[in-house]
Design a protein around this ligand. Structure first.
Ligand code: AMP
Length: 216
């Protein structure tokens, strides 16, 4: 059982790599962003509470995401968890450490996906996903083979994230640098941090992540 965190700014490729790890290693992706988006889509009270905050690109409160993560972790995962987009603050990082130790588990690696800011803007503003199977595409670097249909499942339900526009991305980046990037130092000091080049080809990034996991 291996538990890891994928750390990096919006658009670093955390979600894509998490999905690959699910397939390759039977791990379970825990994306707080996806959980919150699901709450919005279902129109729950939580969804209504966070909708405006997310549309602006700001972070929701620590209590909300810690509660979501705790509930999902209690469902268990044979191959371990991939934390994607969580933790995003030092308080969340401490809470995750407490949760794992209460469950008799630990954290095996924190993988920082390094990308430069100019590349991020191009990456994020061009991306879209399949609403049916979650496959991720990009207008320029990874378009679908057939225009308007998913390569993997054929669905025509291709979507863009509401917060993948340039204005919201700037706020998301600012939140990242102010509140999340200190986690790089935090996990470095705990001797858990590894870094990979998030701008390399997708397969190269996957191979670099695999190397880190095989060392744990
Ligand atoms: P993501 O899909 O990870 O980019 O998350 C989308 C949005 O959900 C973020 O811009 C935040 O508004 C919110 N969010 C997701 N995860 C967290 C978290 N761990 N802490 C606070 N807000 C979060």
């Amino acid at each position: 059982m291996t538990n890891i965190i994928l750390l990096g700014p919006p658009g670093a490729g955390k979600g894509t790599q998490a999905k690959r790890l699910e397939e390759a290693r039977g791990m379970v992706q825990l994306s707080t962003g996806d959980m919150l988006k699901e709450a919005i889509a279902k129109g729950t009270d939580l969804g209504k509470l966070v909708e405006g905050i997310m549309a602006r690109g700001e972070l929701v409160t620590d209590e909300i995401v810690i509660g979501l993560i705790e509930a999902k972790m209690r469902e268990g995962a044979q191959g371990g968890f991939i934390f994607d987009g969580f933790p995003r603050t030092l308080k969340q990082a401490d809470a995750l450490g407490d949760l794992l130790s209460r469950m008799g588990q630990g954290l095996d690696a924190v993988i920082e996906m390094q990308v430069d800011d100019a590349a991020l803007v191009a990456r994020v503003t061009g991306r879209f996903t399949c609403g049916n199977c979650g496959a991720v595409y990009h207008d320029v670097t990874h378009p679908t083979k057939v225009l308007g249909a998913c390569d993997v499942c054929g669905s025509t339900d291709l979507k863009r994230r509401a917060d993948d526009n340039e204005a919201t991305l700037k706020t998301r980046l600012m939140e990242y640098y102010k509140k999340t990037s200190p986690l790089i130092g935090y996990y470095y000091a705990k001797e858990m941090l590894s870094s990979v080049d998030g701008l390399a080809e997708m397969d190269v990034v996957s191979a670099d992540i695999a190397k880190v996991l095989d060392r744990t």
